[in-house]
Design a protein around this ligand. Structure first.
Ligand code: BG6
Length: 490
């Protein structure tokens, strides 16, 4: 029996703000990550702003509240790694050629909204931005690589937060629809597969519902998410109108892969609630309506927004065509709530059965099989794993080689688990795009040294380096797997 079905999509994924650079080129508008400092595993990244009184403030966390009238500011002495990133903006031809050499037949990337509508409300799109992405997609086509394009990957134009009232403003859904319509129309025939918002559920409230902050912060997050659901539904409908052949998916962080800490009933209930939090976004985006448990979550977080009958009809009509998710790790849940870490992410208890990466992420290939099974039985739509990989420190040898057996082992184990899920368990998983095929800037820490790539990029955590690309050992392993459609995994 084959390991993977014929026509399976094999690829890798990047995001504009973590790879592109060219932050002030091509008439692009500014985005929040242009003002996000570098961090480490223990030092959180910060966004730098100047208040209307001239005070410099550092804002952290996943949903920073920008003081009224504050504007982003460049602080001398700070390093902003996303501004140049790995300069995919100028290296895309070389990078896509390397991906094709590895046998990629799919490449997930994102469009930066600020390159298309620098101020969101502009009447006309920015022609330079449109031309840039057109050439990227044409290059993909020349190599037989199918683009999978995320419309929004942690990359909102900054004016959204400083001038347009954040995602709490329901009009954002209309602006997003306009943007989606523009890009789908523009790239019809070049791009067939689209995703609306990357890891939309990363906007779920992070603070445990029992803390006082959760009542304000949690309610705001859920309200903002509601606008994003409306925006996603509008984008799906607009995309289908513009290009009836295109398919639009959702993108969810992590999937519902969690384990109860013990078999105590309270831990099991905590596990179910945690999974429901993970289903919160995909139920709306795939099924077209909020799950019954949403009422409990709204109550816990003090969310007070109304879902109008018209919005209900929109959500139902604008459900997505397929489900995608990022899979890096599983988590432990227990009745005792997880504490928030320095960057706002909760710190979960360690699973004694698993090994952990240098950045403390659980390595759990069987969890991928378990997650794929859960998702398949719940949604019954095609699934893609659109992020997965090992962030690790690589050593470049004097002769330029990089020996990364740990990365090969990681992918091999995940390929085997994915194959079992598809071929033995019957999961309808149609593709896999690992994260960061060439090294890029880490989203959580801003580091280059957290490398996922099969292609090494010469750049360090302070912005030094030639940006030259070179092949790691894993490059040849992946080439063998992808070119054999997963037949040769060892
Ligand atoms: C996902 C994001 O959460 O994880 C990516 O969609 C991110 O943008 C990836 O880069 C890996 O996380 P990190 O922090 O190691 O870059």
């Amino acid at each position: 029996m084959a390991n993977f079905p014929k026509g399976f999509f094999w690829g890798g994924a990047i995001a504009a703000n973590q790879a592109e650079g060219g932050f002030d080129e091509g008439h692009k508008g500014l985005v929040i990550s242009d003002f996000t400092t570098a961090g480490t595993y223990s030092v959180p990244r910060m966004d730098t702003f100047k208040t209307k009184d001239g005070e410099i403030v550092y804002l952290g966390g996943l949903n920073p509240v920008i003081p009224e009238g504050a504007e982003p500011v460049t602080v001398e002495g700070e390093y902003y790694p996303n501004r140049i990133a790995i300069d995919f903006y100028h290296h895309y031809k070389e990078d896509i050629a390397l991906l094709a050499e590895m046998g990629f037949n799919m490449f997930r990337m994102s469009i930066s909204w600020a390159r298309i509508y620098p101020n969101i409300i502009d009447d006309e799109p920015n022609q330079e931005g449109l031309d840039y992405y057109r050439d990227v997609f044409k290059t993909c086509k020349e190599y037989g690589v199918e683009p999978l394009v995320t419309m929004s990957h942690f990359d909102d134009p900054i004016c959204l937060d400083t001038k347009l009232g954040t995602w709490e403003n329901r009009r954002m859904a209309d602006y997003f629809e306009k943007y989606a319509r523009t890009i789908v129309r523009e790239y019809k025939g070049l791009v067939k597969y689209w995703l609306t918002f990357n890891e939309i559920n990363s906007q779920m409230p992070m603070v445990p519902p029992s803390t006082p902050a959760s009542k304000v912060e949690g309610g705001i997050c859920l309200n903002r998410l509601h606008t994003k659901f409306l925006a996603s539904a509008k984008a799906v409908l607009a995309a289908h109108q513009e290009d009836p052949n295109c398919l639009v998916g959702c993108m969810i962080a992590g999937g519902p892969g969690t384990y109860p800490e013990t078999c105590a009933p309270a831990d099991m209930l905590a596990q179910i609630f945690k999974q429901q939090e993970n289903y919160y976004c995909s139920d709306v985006q795939v099924r077209g309506y909020y799950g019954d448990y949403a009422k409990r979550i709204w109550k816990q977080y003090g969310a007070t927004f109304e879902v109008t009958p018209e919005e209900e009809r929109l959500l139902l009509a604008g459900h997505v065509d397929f489900y995608t998710f990022s899979y890096y790790m599983t988590q432990i849940t227990s009745a005792e709530p997880a504490k928030a870490g320095p960057s706002g992410f909760p710190i979960f208890k360690k699973n004694p059965h698993l090994k952990y990466s240098e950045w403390g992420w659980a390595i759990d290939p069987d969890g991928l099989r378990y997650t794929l099974n859960l998702l398949n039985s719940r949604y019954q739509v095609p699934i893609m794993v659109v992020e997965n990989g090992l962030g690790a420190v690589d050593v470049k040898e004097e002769d330029g080689s990089v020996h990364d057996p740990y990365r090969i082992e990681y992918h091999k184990a995940h390929f085997k688990a994915m194959s079992q899920a598809i071929m033995e368990d019957g999961v309808n998983c149609i593709g896999y795009t690992m994260w960061g095929p060439m090294d890029i800037i880490s989203a959580s820490t801003g580091q280059m040294s957290k490398r996922y790539g099969f292609v090494y990029v010469d750049r360090d955590d302070e912005g030094n380096g030639t940006l030259a690309r070179s092949k790691k050992d894993s490059f040849y392993y992946i080439q063998k797997v992808y070119k054999s459609n997963g037949e040769d995994l060892d």
